[in-house]
Design a protein around this ligand. Structure first.
Ligand code: TRP
Length: 461
């Protein structure tokens, strides 16, 4: 990375806001708004601005096929506005048919913040999970589990550990010789979190989306690479059209693929395997395949870009029948950083930077009054030159959290930029909307609190 490049890692992120540049630099795709049915205000306003592989989820949505969403929470601190951003996205995905899995990252919290498991459980229940029904999650279709109580995510993390090494983890996460080993394990357990919903007992093969802040992208890339490196079949595009399927020889598939203990290919076993593979793919409707058992490749000249996604599913299914994991890479969407009220990073350790869901009205009024403004020094200057809605935190909070009506928001923005609306007036609008939002939320929470227990998975009761 060049010096001027944006550097982002999950534990200490800079606050770059040039999102188009971030998207290009990280190799993310632009969110295809035209494909998003009944987009939420977060989509419409460009707050969710990029993705990796999300097309596969949109395909499933369009075809009425299953897909899931997963997120994780760190059980430390109090729940604040920033945390609602992901929950709102989960709510939207759930309304479009997604099954919902939520991880309480109690092991990660133990490793990176010194939170005991008991403490983590209390905080998770009282501060986070009890708010979810009031934020719109359907308690009957939401499954919350604790990392420490679901051994499969730890086992999967361990198994995936074989596919990476120290240099990779050092370069992605900035780990060095002094990093404690629990911290090193946390990303692997998290990869286990993200991938395990695809296992048969947790819903089976289907695309999963993980909505995250842009600072979490290293985890996503890491997990996508791990998933791909477990695959027994790689699909590569051919120069003249179509695809080539190539066997990926790994310790777990030597027997199946006809590789003996010396690494030599047993051609009889290999040919038999190819015959079975071709027969299976034939049954799925694929034809005109050119096998090269010796090289471990199978060409399908007629496969198109579109159909290769179905081919991938078929091959992952076959891999599972043969004893492999058969994992799709997770997909992701990225939302912007929620800026802190002070204009700095939003953080629960600096209470003045955010609004907690249980803040008193008085505190909320004070925080917004003192929020970083995009107004001018004097009223006169403001009237003449107008305010800056990109910098104004009250305006950002209306955009991201509190003003659901696009037309109202546009009117406020225009008036502020033209100088007819003053900073104090804009802040007052934000205060009114925030108090109404919080009042609604608190009412709903009081009536739905008891429903949150329903969300706990059996292994986490
Ligand atoms: N690392 C995440 C955080 O710091 C928590 C987390 C654990 C997570 N497992 C996850 C997030 C799976 C998304 C998906 O907040």
């Amino acid at each position: 990375m060049a010096d001027e490049d944006v550097r982002i890692d999950p534990w200490s992120s800079t606050q770059s806001t040039d999102y188009a540049r971030i998207r290009d630099q990280f190799g993310l795709s632009e969110l295809p708004l035209h494909r998003i049915p009944e987009p939420s205000m977060l989509h419409r306003r460009g707050i969710i601005f990029a993705h990796r592989g999300f097309n596969t989820v949109l395909d499933a949505m369009e075809r009425g096929e299953p897909f899931g969403v997963l997120t994780g929470l760190m059980p430390s601190g109090r729940m604040h506005l920033g945390h609602t951003l992901v929950i709102e996205q989960i709510r939207w995905l759930q309304s479009r048919g997604a099954d919902v899995t939520i991880t309480v990252a109690d092991l990660e919290s133990l490793a990176t913040r010194g939170t005991s498991l008991k403490q983590g459980r209390q905080v998770a229940m009282n501060e986070y999970i009890s708010n979810y029904p009031a934020l719109g999650l359907d308690p009957e279709r939401t499954s919350v589990y604790f990392q420490s109580r679901r051994p499969i995510v730890q086992r999967l993390g361990f198994v995936l550990g074989e596919k990476t090494n120290r240099s990779t983890m050092e370069s992605i996460y900035g780990f060095d010789g002094t990093t404690n080993l629990a911290h090193v394990q946390a990303p692997l357990v998290q990869a286990g979190d993200i991938l395990h919903p695809q296992l048969e007992e947790y819903g089976g093969l289907r695309p999963i989306v993980v909505p995250v802040g842009i600072d979490q992208d290293p985890h996503i890339r890491f997990t996508r690479d791990l998933a791909t490196s477990t695959n027994w079949f790689n699909i590569n595009r051919r120069k003249n059209g179509g695809v080539t399927i190539a066997l990926s020889i790994q310790p777990g598939n030597h027997g199946v693929f006809g590789v003996d203990t010396n690494g030599r290919v047993d051609m009889q076993v290999r040919r038999q395997f190819f015959d079975r593979l071709i027969e299976r793919l034939n049954n799925d409707g694929w034809s005109d395949m050119i096998p090269n058992p010796k090289h471990g490749t199978l060409e399908i000249p007629a496969a198109t870009e579109q159909s290769s996604q179905q081919l991938k599913h078929a091959l992952l299914g076959i891999e599972r029948e043969l004893g492999g994991l058969g994992l799709l890479p997770p997909t992701s969407t990225y939302h912007r950083f929620a800026v802190g009220l002070t204009g700095d990073k939003m953080s629960s350790s600096n209470p003045e930077t955010t609004i907690f869901l249980d803040d008193e009205e008085k505190a909320v009024v004070k925080k917004i009054k003192e929020a970083f403004s995009g107004g001018r020094e004097t009223v006169e200057e403001h009237r003449r030159h107008g305010g800056d809605t990109d910098k104004d935190v009250a305006f950002q909070y209306l955009t991201t959290f509190f003003e659901p009506d696009d037309l109202v928001l546009a009117d406020i923005g225009r008036a502020y930029r033209e100088g007819t609306m003053l900073s104090g007036q804009l802040k007052q609008h934000c205060i009114d909307s925030a108090l109404e939002w919080l009042k609604d939320f608190k009412e709903r929470r009081d009536s739905t609190r008891s429903l949150s227990e329903m969300m706990l998975a059996d292994d986490s009761l």
